[in-house]
Design a binder for this molecule. Sequence first.
Ligand code: ZN
Length: 78
Amino acid sequence: MNKRRYTCIVCGRSFPEGQGIIITRAGITLAFHSKSCLAKFFRLFVERLDEKEFRRAARDVIKELEEIRKARLRQKVI
Ligand SMILES: [Zn+2]
């Protein structure tokens, strides 16, 4: 079986499909071999985003994650 290989865009390490973190959007594939490489990219990426768009997206994701946390708490009560 020939698994597809990816190259980490942060450190250049090569890794097989099923490992690492792959994000594809708008025709761009971002491949990270580890969470620490993803975190490094994320910090640089956030600095370059339009502030308005960043604020909107950040609030939206924070709200979504809060709701997931609340739903989990409710499940524990029952
Ligand atoms: Zn890496």
